[in-house]
Design a protein around this ligand. Structure first.
Ligand code: SF4
Length: 275
């Protein structure tokens, strides 16, 4: 099985028990998708969902929103921040009240506030086009798993192949959930991840584990210097008791500190910070 097939297969089986359920995830209505995507920008998904429910109830289609005043829209938006997102959405609704989504397909980025990501989200979630939505979570997962420095380019070159025989809407949802729950930006959960040696990042971390500070030479050096700042002319033999490490190791570290000019050892016995 190719690496891309493993990636796809394992993610899809992970999704069986881990997909987050939201009403808009099952819709193919492009207006609902646009609304959700604009609200969800820079907003945590559960919070975005609450606003989405409120908006979709009041403005079930672009026509309804186009009739509202800017003041009404901003009132509904209150608390979400980045008010110009609301203003652009309102402008988009006016265009969409005159032109259907189908009539502007696939050029949704002609709508105010619709960039590449939102355009791809509509193409995938409403039209099931073979595109991978490239939000930060998705780019991170691709970058790490395939070990590519340019995940955007990699996705563009491989998305048709990866999405062969599967619904892009489903796969994009899985990628987003996986990126925000497992392959997180800080401290990814590699220990419980469905991937191990298939993932480039996993292999790199395994081969070059981050040195732990506790018990390291670095920690001992720090302790020595701290001790010498407080005490002058410290007897080497007493250092063992304070630092609690093997004699040979201590000697090696002291020698290194001396060669770096950090400390001075007098008569092989007394040490102090170099002047
Ligand atoms: S092994 Fe780690 S880096 Fe690789 S996909 Fe899983 S969580 Fe991300």
């Amino acid at each position: 099985m190719s690496k891309k097939d493993i990636f796809k297969k394992k993610l899809l089986s992970w999704s069986i028990k881990n997909t987050r359920e939201y009403s808009w995830r099952s819709t193919q209505d492009p207006w609902k998708i646009l609304l959700l995507e604009v609200i969800a920008q820079q907003t945590q998904l559960d919070r975005a969902n609450k606003y989405y429910q409120k908006f979709i109830k009041k403005y079930p289609n672009p026509n309804e929103m186009s009739k509202a005043t800017k003041k009404e829209i901003l009132g509904m938006w209150s608390g979400l921040g980045y008010n110009n997102r609301a203003v652009r959405l309102h402008e988009a609704s006016k265009i969409l009240s005159r032109n259907s989504f189908d009539s502007i397909y696939p050029e949704f980025d002609i709508l105010p506030g619709v960039g590449e990501y939102t355009k791809n989200a509509i193409l995938s979630f409403a039209y099931n086009d073979k595109v991978i939505t490239q939000d930060t979570n998705v780019l991170r997962v691709f970058g790490r798993f395939f070990g590519t420095k340019d995940p955007k380019k990699f996705i563009l070159e491989n998305q048709k192949n990866i999405l062969k025989n599967i619904k892009s809407r489903k796969f994009n949802q899985v990628l987003m959930d996986f990126g925000s729950e497992i392959c997180t930006s800080k401290n990814p959960s590699c220990n419980i991840c469905i991937f191990d040696n298939e993932c480039k990042k996993f292999i790199q971390v395994k081969q070059n584990p981050k040195p732990t500070f506790k018990g390291s030479d670095r920690e001992i050096r720090g302790k020595i210097i701290k001790h010498l700042i407080i005490n002058k002319n410290v007897d080497i033999s007493s250092l063992n008791i304070v630092i609690e490490t093997q004699e040979n190791r201590l000697k090696r570290i002291l020698k290194k500190l001396e060669s770096e000019g950090m400390i001075t050892i007098k008569n092989k016995k007394l040490i102090e910070i170099s002047s």
